[in-house]
Design a protein around this ligand. Structure first.
Ligand code: UT7
Length: 329
């Protein structure tokens, strides 16, 4: 009898644009202060892509690193998935631009949108494709240029976001199952609290939508904050239950990096000590779907995670969407 196919994590990679935008820089742009941003969010600086550097370019650099660390040949990749809310264009997909840049002729490639939960949704999607037997080696990328959909005159949002990309190669395996659990959820009744209202079929682009700045992120921060804490804690608990693991079994928790106060509140709610929680928000800001994967890649690179360790990724974002996954790295 054939053994059940499992999903092995072969490698990860990440990439950040070189330009750094500090809180001091923002003080010159809007009515804010380093003190407000640091104490209310934990962010000190974020990376910003240049005008000629696109979401697929960041994805490309992160992908090359992930493919190298996975030790697979480029031509062995048979599916390309990109989580993004800041695609190069509405269509073609950023995954197709990435596929072309990688020289991966003819393999299927598509984008999907689950906002800041995108990478966790992507793990579930990659796992399903692999374990159904449809594809063997999946390149999964979270890539964002939130700087390009930010209203740089709105102090409520412009201090929060940054740019970056992370990638993972997942592969079919008879011996390993590194994705121990995935739990996903969504609730579209919260759509109005975090969105880009313009540019789609509801508000197609016009001079008016441009003047009203409907093409940039709008957020009711305080309301989002409350739901984020409860849903992230809930998702984290559910993914642990499904994996039949406890908090003690997990070496490191990697929550979505939207606000240091949210991260601390989630840890408190779950009774997780902060030294088991990975934080890099001070350097990156919120990079939506790229957040958990770039943080995971950094944790591996700096030795916070070693081969065989269990890690839990937890995310929450526009939609609302939420999700968590327990992984063996
Ligand atoms: O990634 C997807 C999920 N996203 C999130 O999870 C983000 C969730 N929300 C948050 O992280 C927080 O709500 C924010 C960081 C966005 C805001 O923090 P807050 O503690 O909820 O502040 P607030 O919106 O209640 O505003 C408090 C005050 C207001 O002034 P008044 O009305 O009290 O006089 C704001 O106008 O802070 C003011 N304010 C600022 N002041 C200086 C808002 N933004 C700024 C700013 N600099 N950049």
């Amino acid at each position: 009898m054939n053994k059940k196919i499992g999903t092995k994590i072969l490698g990860t990679g990440s990439y950040f644009p070189s330009k750094v935008l500090t809180n001091a820089d923002l003080e010159k742009m809007v009515d804010t202060s380093d003190e407000w941003i640091s104490t209310r969010t934990g962010i000190k600086e974020r990376r910003i892509a240049s005008s000629g550097e696109y979401t697929s370019d960041l994805a490309y650099r992160a992908s090359l690193e992930a493919i190298k660390s996975a030790n697979v040949k480029l031509e062995e990749i048979d599916l390309v998935l990109v989580a993004t809310i800041t695609p190069d264009m509405f269509f073609p997909s950023t995954a197709c631009f990435l596929q072309k840049k990688l020289g991966l002729n003819s393999v299927p490639a598509f984008d999907f949108s689950a906002a800041c939960s995108g990478f966790i949704y992507g793990i579930a999607t990659a796992k399903a494709f692999i374990e159904s037997g449809l594809y063997k080696n999946v390149l999964l990328v979270g890539s964002e240029e939130l700087s390009k959909i930010t209203d740089w005159t709105d102090r409520n949002t412009c201090v929060l976001f940054g740019d970056g990309a992370g990638a993972m190669v997942l592969s079919a395996s008879q011996d390993n199952d590194d994705v121990l659990s995935v739990f996903l959820g969504s609730d579209g009744s919260y759509a109005d609290l975090l969105l880009i209202p313009g540019g789609g079929s509801i508000n197609p682009a016009t001079i008016e939508t441009l003047n009203e700045k409907l093409h940039s992120i709008k957020m009711q921060g305080r309301e989002v904050f409350k739901v984020a804490i409860s849903k992230m804690a809930f998702a984290a608990q559910k993914a642990l239950e499904i994996s039949e693991k406890t908090i003690e079994d997990i070496k490191l928790f990697i929550p979505h990096q939207a606000n240091m106060r949210i991260i601390e509140a989630v840890a408190k709610k779950l009774d997780i000590s902060m030294d088991k929680v990975f934080v890099n928000i001070h350097k990156t800001g919120n990079i939506s779907s790229a957040t958990t994967i770039t943080a995971l890649d950094e944790a591996i690179k700096i030795g916070k995670l070693n081969k065989g360790d269990l890690v839990e990724l937890i995310a929450f974002g526009g939609g609302f969407t939420w999700g968590a996954t327990v992984l063996r790295v």
